[in-house]
Ligand binder design. Sequence first.
Ligand SMILES: Cc1cc2nc3c(=O)[nH]c(=O)nc-3n(C[C@H](O)[C@H](O)[C@H](O)COP(=O)(O)OP(=O)(O)OC[C@H]3O[C@@H](n4cnc5c(N)ncnc54)[C@H](O)[C@@H]3O)c2cc1C
Length: 393
Amino acid sequence: MSNGTYDVILVGGGVMGCATAYYLLKFDPHLNIAILEMDPSYEKASTPLSDGNTRIQFNIKENIQISQYGLEVLKRFSEEMEVNGEKPDAAFRRQGNLFVLDDASREESHEGLLLQKSLGCDVQWLSPDEVQKYYPLYNLKDCVAGTFGPHDGTMSPLAVLLGYKKKVMALGAVFIHAEAIEILKQESQIVGVNLSSGERLNSIIVVNASGAWARKTSKTVGVDLPINPTKRQVTIIETNARPEKTLPVLFLPSGLYCIHESEGTFTVGKSLPTDYVGYDDFNWERNKFETVIWPELVKYIPSFDRLKVTRGWAGLYEVNTLDGNAILGEWPELKGFYLANGFSGHGFQQCHAVGRYIAELILGINPTLDLSVFSPQRILENKPVFESRRKII
Ligand SMILES: Cc1cc2nc3c(=O)[nH]c(=O)nc-3n(C[C@H](O)[C@H](O)[C@H](O)COP(=O)(O)OP(=O)(O)OC[C@H]3O[C@@H](n4cnc5c(N)ncnc54)[C@H](O)[C@@H]3O)c2cc1C
């Protein structure tokens, strides 16, 4: 029995909260852990609204290592998350990711490719002719090259989230349907959380795993994080394409991406500078696809000049406005307040390594991966860690 007192309280029961709880319990099965989730239906949570893509193609060493670790975990995910004979299926399609390079991105992408290879990643540099030969649907004739990560791909983010969630509940974590309205401290030590129900829970360790709501959550204990909830939408299209096998995900230099789902179905998205910032707009706008995204897409996939828009949805990115990267670890001025925030649209794939890292920090275990480059100290010192010289995300 907890009597309202826990070893660790996680605010947010998305993939980050559940993965962190899993690693805590893996390291120490006796821990008393509470996961607070204000909406167990996950209607607005970013995880189920995500595209579920994972990629090795990053430019920061630690981001590459995070992905390498995630790919290893995915190989054993089903076995590791088994509960009473039920094994979750992440439905991982290793269709590969193909990044298109233009003149502006050539140098940086080449540097990234060399770094990825030096870390043991399989990434290939393809000429536009090679891309055309292997994937006739894609037209890169006016581009510099494509970099191809054959082991990348997409999966069901909900299946991964529920895999972790069911496992941690089986391991004894308490899942509480409640909103954390105030994180409590005494001087510079965390002491608990006030819930919207009026109840108070006690703990000297609270993890902010509240995704796009991270800034709001942190503000209740006087910490202002540079994280904006930013609307991002995706659109599902039906086309006449019938490739023999699943095509790699296409990433254009502008950030537009196109995921081959099956047969003629593709998912398309792009971050736009005009995307709404706030917690209250989840409306999918067909017009944005038709006027902004479609014309650009057709340049790279000419046969998509005719297609049918079937549906779409919008969710929130947790954009770290300082540098577009994760903020991981204990807030330097507040003992016991841990952050797993700021993923800026690539947090789903990072849940495995981040969950493990946060658990290691909390338990004082030497980290498997040193992710201190993403320490919250850099926020206080205003020292950004950029993935790209050209844009934040
Ligand atoms: C359209 C879209 C596409 C994306 N595609 C990808 C992709 O392909 N690959 C990738 O890696 N990432 C992708 N992402 C990003 C990814 O979804 C997120 O980085 C990741 O899911 C973050 O997980 P999380 O657990 O931190 O957040 P969430 O899944 O949002 O979970 C946070 C939870 O905290 C709860 N919460 C918040 N405040 C409180 C409170 N005060 N009390 C209690 N509960 C609270 C919320 O209800 C929510 O359920 C995408 C995101 C979007 C929107």
